[in-house]
Design a protein around this ligand. Structure first.
Ligand code: NDP
Length: 334
């Protein structure tokens, strides 16, 4: 049974969450945000989705990250969130920072994918309906489209803000050169890019290697890391095999093949360092990303309230010693 009335914990802003300024903007985001890519689809238990969302807000997680195609099926995570809005969060809309995205295949035909004005405008309209919202706080172009002119996609972001359908815009998964163009184009039109969303964690370093992190910092744009736990690899989930209820066992985006012997060895070695630091591997993995202050937030996923509760313990982790950081680099790079 879904509880009929939800009222958030009165101490939600004083029970541990910390907030960071997002680039050079007025927005503060929680160090840990909640992503609805998995665990909020029509295939997932609705009661659990409500519980995870309630727990999040009760602990100061104000930022919920969605996309048109989250589910499965596509659109259903936004529908679940729409139910949560209707039944629980509506009176607290002004306390929430809700993002959605478009860029991946969403509906059949030539207008349901990539970066055209037609697709992005129509998709956001649908997202707002599914989520029972008048506007989103943040709208992202979800991925780079090598064929649509950059100006078309970027001008659509500008116009979406002008129409009042999004308060801010962001860029996800764009390469360095296009991103530089994007930051300038948006700034010149007084709709500066708020944030860049990229995959960055202990084992995935592309935003660092490709200069995306420095670029965001230099332009006063925030950076938010998706899949900060490498979809669960950077936790104790797979230390002793593949549990039946895990993401790998469900056979989705995280494949069995990702769990190579080298990766397992690295995870075990990282787990030992975490233990020496007196924390879990998940806590250490999140703390490692958050050690740099140009990272605004990490977007975690959680298939239970317990996982989210454990992840929140990363906030206020002890600082890394130079020796710990060196050991971590050795483990990852050997
Ligand atoms: P994570 O790396 O945080 O992985 C989450 C998964 O790890 C959980 O569903 C759970 O998997 C497992 N897990 C989480 N916490 C624990 C714990 N304490 N102990 C053990 N296992 C744990 O993030 P996601 O890959 O889910 O991505 C997070 C968000 O990032 C998405 O929801 C989305 O909002 C965003 N994203 C954006 C993308 C983009 O293109 N811009 C792409 C991908 C994600 P299990 O099911 O095994 O329990």
């Amino acid at each position: 049974m879904i509880p009929p009335i939800y009222s958030p914990a009165p101490d939600r802003y004083s029970n541990g969450m910390k907030y960071r300024r997002c680039g050079r903007s007025g927005i503060l985001l929680p160090e840990i945000s909640l992503g609805l890519w998995h665990n909020f689809g029509a295939v997932d238990p609705l009661k659990r989705s409500f519980e995870i969302a309630h727990y999040a807000l009760d602990h100061g997680i104000t930022h919920f990250d969605l996309a048109n195609n989250y589910g499965p099926p596509y659109g259903s995570a936004e529908e679940t969130f729409g139910q949560i809005m209707k039944k629980s969060f509506q009176p607290y809309r002004h306390e929430l920072f809700i993002s959605t995205k478009a860029g991946y295949d969403m509906w059949p035909g030539p207008y349901g994918n990539w970066g055209s004005r037609k697709y992005l405008m129509n998709s956001l309209e649908q997202s707002l309906q599914r989520m029972n919202l008048d506007y989103v706080d943040l709208f992202y172009i979800h991925r780079y489209d090598p064929e649509t002119p950059w100006e078309e996609t970027l001008q659509t972001l500008v116009d979406i803000v002008r129409q009042g359908k999004a308060l801010y815009v962001g860029i996800s998964r764009w390469p360095h050169e296009a991103t530089a163009f994007g930051y300038q184009y948006l700034r010149e039109r007084d709709v500066p890019c708020l944030i860049y969303q990229g995959c960055y964690n202990l084992i995935r370093r592309e935003p660092e290697e490709e200069g995306i992190l420095n670029q965001a910092k230099e332009h006063g744009v925030g950076f938010i890391s998706f899949s900060p736990l490498a979809q669960g690899l950077l936790t104790d989930r797979y230390l002793n095999g593949i549990p039946e209820d895990s993401r790998i066992a469900h056979g989705g985006h995280l494949k069995k093949e990702a769990l190579t012997e080298t990766t397992l060895q690295r995870i075990r070695a990282l787990n030992e360092i975490a233990q020496q630091r007196g924390q879990t591997l998940a806590e250490m993995a999140l703390a490692w990303i958050l050690k740099d202050d140009f990272v605004t937030s990490v977007i975690v996923g959680a298939s239970s309230v317990e996982q989210l509760a454990k992840n929140l313990k990363a906030i206020g982790s002890p600082a890394f010693t130079a020796e710990e950081l060196e050991t971590i680099e050795r483990i990852i790079k050997n």
